[in-house]
Design a binder for this molecule. Structure first.
Ligand SMILES: O=C(O)CCC(=O)C(=O)O
Ligand SMILES: [Fe+2]
Length: 442
């Protein structure tokens, strides 16, 4: 008879092990920084950066600027609707709820060209669209903050390249901030304050809320994330330590189709003076899997947590649209900056054929079942209202294989609603030969 399985260690016993890495005196210290970053990016996929050079007032101004947009009424915000090929624009809870049942999150993103749509036939952005109503300051702050953050990203990428014995000079072209093909962009996430009923539910232990931002992996190359001290909730699920994937992945077929949930989530709270940085799927591909794109989520507040709004600013770094990325070992096929980002690019197909699923799979587990039970009814109603059956969604998103882009595909094929974050299938039995669920969700 088989011995009973050993009880897993309690989540609290695990430390995220995300190191704090200083960028001070970068040019002199870059080889030392490279070593530290290599370890963090290959083992955890998340790390904190300090001595990054952006004064706190600038970060505060960037938050205030986005909040000034996101706290306005829906009719104002929806003038800049989300474009799934550029990933720019506003996404609100009405739209997100249709697909995920989640009303606890909204988002607005801008690139170097405002929220301008991207025309993938012409391979160019379609002009500038900034919310002029917010004044010139909005545009100026968004541009200067992106510039500052881009500098940090480039330093990190250069050091990571050094750590791989790759030529750091190789990065200047793909990450040229001023290139008309530069698709890197910043976003503001807003997680609304809890309602009085939700607060009451927390107090009496009866209200179970879904995550504010469900489990996902970013599909970009690198994400530089600004969070405010005290704003708890970000959690990561590094998967490489799991030994028995069969036991931690459950077939929970559900209409999020694919949002995985890990058994163990490790908090990654903001640290004073630090930025949180994570590897995206693009970098995993580009390094033949050396650097790990790790699942993360923003959990709902629990008893004792702040219940007000939570905001964050991710800056998603991608190479220019026509730049072709491939790892030296060619483990995955080549993809362009555009592919990585867009629903019409090739990354979706490339990911489907990926040979390696282990890293991401290991981050999956079964908590989604609870979530389903909590909201299944509401979601089913909404889907029915939109004339969407699960089968339809699957056929559009390619069996939920993953990339956020595929979710967005569902969004675009009218009358299907837009999906927010990368969908994926958890059907364990189908995993052999199944796509790598490198899927972002930004
Ligand atoms: O708000 C956070 O802390 C995380 C945001 C995030 O993961 C994302 O926007 O991709
Ligand atoms: Fe993320």
């Amino acid at each position: 008879m088989a011995a009973p399985a050993a009880a897993p260690p309690p989540a609290a016993a695990k430390a995220a092990n995300a190191p704090v890495i200083s960028l001070a005196n970068f040019e002199e210290r870059k080889h030392e920084i490279a070593q530290q970053l290599f370890k963090a990016a290959s083992e955890v996929g998340f790390f904190y950066i300090t001595d990054h050079g952006i004064p706190q007032e600038e970060i505060d101004r960037a938050f205030a600027t986005g909040i000034n947009f996101l706290d306005r009424e829906k009719e104002f915000k929806t003038q800049w609707p989300f474009n799934p090929d550029s990933y720019l624009g506003y996404r609100g809870p009405d739209e997100l709820e249709t697909v995920t049942g989640n009303r606890l999150w909204e988002w607005f993103s801008v690139g170097r060209y405002g929220t301008g749509g991207y025309n993938y036939h012409a391979q160019q952005f379609e002009g500038e669209e900034w919310p002029q109503e917010l004044g010139a300051e909005f545009r100026q702050v968004a541009l200067s903050f992106q510039e500052r953050t881009h500098d940090i990203a480039l330093k990190i990428l250069r050091a990571l390249w050094i750590s791989l014995d790759r030529d750091e000079a190789e990065l200047a072209d793909p990450f040229d901030l001023d290139s008309p093909e530069n698709p890197s962009f910043m976003a503001w996430n807003k997680y609304p304050a809890l309602t009085p009923e939700q607060i009451e539910g927390l107090k009496n232990g009866k209200g179970k809320l879904p995550p504010r931002l469900h489990a996902h992996a970013d599909m970009d190359v690198l994400t530089i994330l600004f969070n405010r001290v005290g704003d708890v909730g970000l959690e990561i699920a590094p998967g490489k330590d799991s030994e028995n994937l069969d036991e931690i992945i459950e077939d929970v077929g559900n209409i999020w189709n694919h949002v995985p949930v890990a058994k163990e989530w490790i908090p990654l709270d903001p640290r004073p003076g630090c930025i949180t940085v994570n590897v995206g799927d693009g970098l995993t591909r580009w390094t033949d899997g050396v650097f790990k794109s790790t699942y993360h989520r923003v959990r709902a507040p629990t008893k004792g947590d702040p219940t007000g709004e939570r905001y964050s600013i991710p800056y998603f770094v991608n190479p220019r649209l026509n730049y072709v990325m491939q790892g030296p070992e060619k483990r995955w096929g080549p993809i362009t900056g555009f592919d990585i980002l867009s629903k019409t690019g090739n990354a979706y197909a490339a990911r489907r054929n990926s040979p390696d699923k282990s890293w991401q799979e290991a981050a999956y587990t079964d908590e989604i079942a609870e979530l389903n039970a909590a909201t299944a009814e509401g979601r089913a109603d909404l889907l029915a209202k939109n004339g969407v059956t699960r089968k339809q969604r699957d056929s559009v998103v390619g069996n939920g294989n993953g990339v956020q882009a595929s979710a967005v595909g569902a969004a675009r094929a009218a009358p299907l609603p837009r999906a927010p974050h990368a969908p994926r299938t958890l059907r364990r039995s189908a995993l052999a030969g199944a796509p790598l669920r490198m899927a972002r969700a930004f």
